[in-house]
Design a binder for this molecule. Structure first.
Ligand code: XMP
Length: 511
């Protein structure tokens, strides 16, 4: 398999570089700069990318790489810090910018030399995204200057004979016009990549690897019904089905039909699917609790207990599988040396279950790739494109104390909201939406009678990272339809409000 090695020097856009390379249909992995050279070589890449980073290359303490890498005969693209590091290690000179004119930040009009492979077939002028405080006072021998801006004569450098390229800007960010094309040119023209890697290839390789690693061992997976654990389960089911046990704990705070949907989605595989109906015990533990953090702790703790009981019934567990995905791996800085990380949905699990090894079959995939793999494995679209759903489920969407009646009320109302949103096509546009049952009751009138029922809040947001979010502008007619249906169809709710707060200052969930 053709592979690109991305050496991570700590820049904020490093994950984006990996995503862009994979978008160009070439498999890549990000490894920290501290990875031993022998390991980097053993990865056997057809090309290498040095990422950006916040440091200055001329300081002794700064991240670096063994210059032996330049003797491998493998093309290298240095981005920002990576470009400066390449220049520094090959005999150029990098210095702090003395005045503002040499320090560049933001969108910069850049002129490219179309003769350079990196810019072949692209417009000769365009905006590039800069973010550097140092500049190359002298470029190494053998390098030509291949792009320039008003402030800087060497925005890009290249030694085409050796296949070394450096850019001071960030081709991976969308602000750089034709940035992806530059990356594709590096892959195709410099590394001679065929750009034919697909998720189907990945699936087959991953299945073969899992079979080899797991052998005759048995595997246990906590299936939450979320995208990551579902895709991990499907992949393992395809690889070692009969040796896999998926435990789906229904804590009674799932959305309408959720348990059935998950069970149905996995019916086609020959695996052990254990569905634990634990509604009564969870509701008993939650009775009278209204403080959000206590709800979370009780659910987390009880979840582990149920899971542990099920694991004991299975007996010996060789592998505990988790749906950890690539952004978690890169962010933890773990690279290949995995820090075992308990999954947020089932916090702390590994400490409580006796098993030999962890298996994380998605640890090299980005979220959208996980979804793609799920489709490739034949999981239904409603599971694959599912919105995030918190581990504690509806417990944190019922404000105040939780009862079965309230959970049923919210389940029905939430279902109507989601159904109408999907019917109106809003599900494609919005990132998350759901209903919240408040603990406010108010007076209403229905038919000829007085009601004193609950207020339901509708929440819908757009967001790219869930760290910040904007409340969604959805049509009044749609709100009207949802409101009308809920008060008519769900007994116990007589008033609907729409949440128009963004995050911050609010959070997406109410608790
Ligand atoms: P907040 O409410 O913090 O939510 O703005 C951000 C995103 O995280 C989800 N969320 C959770 N996910 N366990 C989870 O697995 C939780 O306890 C939890 N709380 C919030 C939330 O749905 C949103 O997508």
């Amino acid at each position: 398999m053709e592979k690109i090695l991305i050496i991570d020097f700590g820049g904020q856009y490093n994950q984006l570089i990996a995503r862009r390379v994979r978008e160009c249909n070439v498999y890549c992995e990000v490894k920290p700069w501290t990875t031993p050279l022998a390991q980097l070589k053993a990865f056997d890449p057809i090309g290498i990318i040095f990422t950006g980073g916040p440091d200055s290359v001329y300081l002794d303490s700064s991240p670096t790489v063994d210059p032996e890498i330049f003797t491998w005969g493998v093309p290298i693209l240095g981005v920002c810090y990576g470009c400066q590091l390449m220049a520094h290690l090959l005999g150029g000179q990098v210095v702090p910018a003395q005045d503002d004119s040499a320090r560049e930040y933001g969108k910069t009009l850049t002129h490219y030399d179309a003769g350079c492979k990196l810019f072949q077939g692209l417009p000769q002028e365009g905006v590039s995204w800069m973010s550097h405080g140092d500049y190359m006072a002298r470029v190494p021998d053998g390098f030509a200057l291949t792009a320039r801006s008003a402030a800087c004569p060497n925005v890009a450098i290249a030694d085409e004979a050796r296949g070394f390229y450096g850019v001071q800007f960030h081709p991976e960010v969308s602000h750089t016009e034709h940035g992806v094309d530059m990356i594709r040119n590096f892959l195709r023209l410099a590394c001679r990549a065929s750009c034919g890697w697909t998720m189907g290839d990945y699936k087959n390789t991953a299945i073969a690897r899992l079979r080899e690693r797991i052998g005759g061992g048995n595997v246990l997976l906590a299936l939450s019904g979320g995208v990551d654990s579902s895709v991990a389960a499907a992949l393992l089911a395809e690889a070692v089905g009969p040796q896999l046990t998926c435990v789906f704990v229904d804590h009674g705070l799932m959305r309408l039909n959720e348990g059935d949907e998950v069970e149905r989605a996995f019916a086609k595989w020959d695996l052990n699917f254990v569905r634990v109906d634990a509604e009564t015990r969870f509701l008993l533990r939650l009775a009278g609790v209204d403080e959000p953090e206590r709800k979370r702790k009780i659910i987390g703790g009880e979840f582990i207990r149920v899971f542990e009981e099920e694991a004991k019934k299975i007996g010996r567990v060789d592998f505990l599988a988790q749906g950890t995905i690539y952004p978690d791996v890169i962010e933890s800085g773990a690279g290949e040396a995995a820090v075992i990380k308990s999954h947020h949905n089932v916090g702390g699990l590994p400490d409580y279950v006796d098993f030999k090894e962890i298996v994380e079959p998605l640890r090299m995939l980005f979220k959208d790739e996980v979804r793609q793999l799920g489709r490739e494995l034949g999981l239904p679209e409603y599971l694959v494109s599912r919105q995030p759903f918190p581990g504690p489920g509806l417990a944190i969407r019922i404000i105040g104390d939780i009862t079965k009646e309230k959970a049923d009320m919210l389940r029905q109302a939430d279902f109507i909201f989601r159904e109408e949103m999907a019917r109106a096509g809003e599900d494609k546009r919005l990132n998350q939406y759901f209903a919240v049952l408040t603990n406010t009751r108010s007076v209403g009138v229905m038919g000829d009678g007085r009601t004193y029922d609950y207020t339901l809040a509708l929440r819908a947001v757009t967001t790219s990272d869930f760290m910040t979010a904007d409340w969604a502008r959805i049509p009044y007619e749609l709100l009207d339809r949802v409101s009308g249906r809920i008060v008519n169809e769900v007994k116990g709710i007589n008033r609907i409000v729409y949440d128009i707060t963004s995050k911050p200052p609010a959070t997406i969930e109410w608790e």
